[in-house]
Design a protein around this ligand. Structure first.
Ligand code: C2E
Ligand code: CA
Ligand code: CA
Length: 671
């Protein structure tokens, strides 16, 4: 039994996945840019700092190098000044010696500032005694010189002590200058190494951060990719499916058929295309509304799923048309068996709450590759088989065969001929009297069409009315006939009315009533002279529209007859619901009046009901006096049939010499 209508699935997430992904990517790029900016600034700062530090260290190295030279020079000059003072005993050398000595100690002091403190300290302790000793020796030598004994002075300078201390002092000075040189040199090297290490660390850091960012971004993108793929799949599924039933839609069906056909071709298999059309769907939809119509369609989809294999293709092809594609693995019977199963399942009543509805289905079948080798042809042929199935009654299953195709081509040709025929006035009116059963006088003439076909002779309505209805030609045909009938009317007594047939399809035509009125007005025929015959099919296919049309016709002054009563749905409720002026009891009841007691009972019931509603009854197909009498006994007041007159052209109707007398009676053989 049907379940409650499923909630429509959420089609797409509320925040767009594309938007999310874009945001994520933008954030990652912004982070990468910020990171790169910070790193670049840091690198530049480091470069700047280390290059100034290096420059300063290099300067210090140069100074140290120069000082080392200066110490050596000053030492040389001290020594020379002392020697010269001894040799020349000149005061000026003595003074120069003092000055040179002063300069030497200053230069050494300067150099020791550049040396590492430990080396400078060691230098100071190492040289303090030697310097003091040497100063004392030089003082003594100079005093000796001043006292006029240069030999003593020279002996002091050449003495072992003086040479020893000078040597000591020179070595220490050498050591000091070398130490300060190597200290500055070291400093430069350390600076270089540090700068290199910092640069390397930063590069590694940058690489690490870059990698982390990349991983973050790519993980995010992976997630988005998953969602996007899901969404893409969902979109594809939606685009390929019918939203109401979830079955494939037309486009998807064609794709799936292509695939199925090429697979079948490879394996040498046969396929069958089943075109399924629901019977009585429209009246259900009209009566109970679209909500119920939708439920019915969903239920149809569910039942199709249950009575077919999972692998069989199922699609909604149109409003109430479905297509099923099955593989004919077990031979050519599979398709027919499936079709019969479908018809059986779909004919079972459907229950929605308290409401029970009954529909049915007809199926047309075409096979691949025997009937057609492409999808369009297959569908077209399945459709023409379906047309046949529908013609043969509801719940029919019909297989396509080539003759059907010929019949279709023939119908196409006939349609063209009919179109031309209507325009050329080949469709002509015939008239059949409807008489008062008791008084036997003519009440009305029923307008029945005939086609004077240029090559095939006179064709009866069953050869072209159905076609005209199917191909939208019934409107023009009706109007052409009415037009001609209006011209004939002056030939008949003025109280003879005209009964015209309006097909079910014309109920939907908004212009029906205005067009009828226009013709009547044009010929000066009073609408009250016209009776419109509608069949039950017209009421069933769209009840509310039929009710409106009936009201419009009556408002315009015409009367309305329910034609062929008893052949279709025979719902007595229509009689109460709609205000008909007459009911025509179908030929089939009259024909069986004598064989089937039931027929007489039905006629009696209809007549009884009609009387109580104030509606006249017409019996169709009255061929014998016996029928006429029986019908009169049953209470029927009007009749039509060969007994009173066959359908004839206007001039022949007149020739029959119908007298407008209360007891006018025309035996059948006289007609
Ligand atoms: P219908 O409206 O039921 O018309 C009565 C049919 O019964 C006519 O067939 C008529 O010839 C036939 N008939 C009358 N008396 C007897 C009888 O005693 N015995 C037998 N066996 N048949 C009798 P016809 O003229 O062949 O028309 C067939 C149907 O075609 C009509 O049935 C009507 O439904 C349709 N039709 C004819 N002309 C038109 C038209 O202009 N427009 C439309 N929409 N339908 C038309
Ligand atoms: Ca009729
Ligand atoms: Ca009829």
């Amino acid at each position: 039994m049907p379940e409650a209508a499923a909630q429509p699935a959420q089609l797409l997430p509320t925040v767009s996945i594309v938007e999310q992904t874009m945001r994520k990517a933008r954030r990652s790029v912004a982070m990468a840019l910020a990171g790169a900016a910070v790193m670049t600034t840091a690198l530049l700062a480091e470069r700047l700092w280390s290059s100034t530090a290096l420059e300063r260290a290099a300067d210090r190295y140069a100074v140290a190098f120069k000082l080392a030279g200066d110490v050596r020079l000053a030492d040389q000059q001290v020594k020379t000044a002392a020697q010269m003072a001894v040799v020349t005993a000149d005061r000026t050398w003595v003074e120069r010696y003092d000055k040179q000595l002063e300069e030497l100690s200053q230069t050494i002091e300067h150099a020791s500032l550049l040396a590492p403190p430990s080396v400078a300290n060691r230098y100071r302790t190492k040289t303090s005694t030697a310097s003091a000793e040497l100063a004392a020796l030089q003082q003594a030598a100079l005093q000796a010189l001043a006292a006029g004994s240069p030999d003593t002075a020279r002996a002091i300078f050449d003495g072992e002590r003086y040479t020893h201390h000078t040597q000591l002092l020179r070595e220490a000075t050498e050591e000091l200058t070398a130490a300060s040189l190597s200290a500055t040199d070291n400093e430069v090297r350390v600076l270089r190494a540090r700068s290199f290490a910092i640069t390397l660390t930063m590069l590694v850091l940058m690489l690490g951060v870059g990698l982390a960012l990349w991983r973050h971004l790519s993980r995010g993108l992976d997630r988005s990719r998953g969602s996007l793929l899901d969404a893409e799949e969902r979109i594809q599924r939606l685009a390929a499916s019918d939203l109401l039933t979830g079955l494939d839609n037309r486009a998807a069906l064609h794709d799936a058929m292509h695939t199925a056909m090429s697979r079948a071709k490879r394996h040498g298999d046969e396929l069958a295309v089943l075109m399924v059309d629901l019977d009585r769907f429209k009246p259900v939809n009209d009566r109970h509304g679209h909500m119920v119509g939708d439920l019915v369609l969903k239920e149809v989809a569910r039942r199709l799923a249950r009575c077919l294999r999972q692998t069989d293709l199922r699609a909604r092809y149109g409003g109430d048309e479905f297509v099923v594609v099955v593989e004919e693995r077990e031979g050519p019977g599979t398709a027919r068996a499936s079709a019969e199963r479908i018809v059986d399942r779909l004919s079972q009543p459907m229950q929605f709450g308290d409401l029970v509805v009954s529909i049915g289905a007809s199926v047309g079948i075409a096979r691949f590759p025997s009937d057609a080798s492409n999808d369009d042809d297959l569908l077209r042929k399945a459709d023409s088989a379906l047309y046949r199935a529908k013609q043969s009654g509801r719940g029919g299953v019909c297989l396509y065969d080539a003759q059907l195709d010929d019949a279709l081509a023939e119908r196409d040709a006939l349609e063209q001929a009919l179109r031309k025929g209507i325009a050329a006035g080949e469709l002509v009116p015939f008239y059949q009297p409807i008489v008062d059963l008791a008084r036997r006088n003519v009440r009305s003439l029923e307008l029945l069409s005939r086609w004077r076909h240029p090559t095939r002779g006179l064709l009866s309505p069953d050869q072209f009315i159905g076609l005209a209805e199917d191909r939208g030609l019934i409107g023009p045909l009706t109007m052409s006939l009415l037009n001609q009938a209006c011209k004939d009317l002056p030939r008949f007594p003025p109280h003879w009315r005209l009964s015209i047939n309006v097909a079910p399809q014309q109920i939907q035509d908004e212009s029906l009533v205005p067009q009828l009125l226009e013709i009547l007005v044009h010929h000066g025929v009073a609408p009250s002279r016209v009776d419109v015959e509608l069949t039950e099919t017209a009421l069933v296919s769209d009840t509310s529209r039929a009710r409106d049309v009936i009201l419009m016709l009556k408002k315009a002054g015409m009367t309305v007859t329910l034609d062929d009563f008893g052949t279709g749905y025979s719902s007595l409720s229509y009689l109460a619901e709609m205000t008909f002026d007459k009911i025509k009891i179908d030929r089939s009841f009259v024909r069986t009046l004598h064989e089937r007691p039931q027929s007489a009972k039905i006629v009696a019931a209809v007549v009884g009901l009609s009387r109580s509603l104030g509606v006249e009854t017409v019996a169709e197909g009255v061929e014998s006096e016996e029928d006429a009498r029986k019908l009169l006994d049953l209470g029927c007041n009007l009749a039509q049939g060969y007994l009173f007159g066959r359908p004839l052209p206007a001039d022949e109707v007149r020739l029959l010499g119908y007298r407008n007398e209360p007891t006018a009676y025309f035996p059948a053989e006289a007609i």
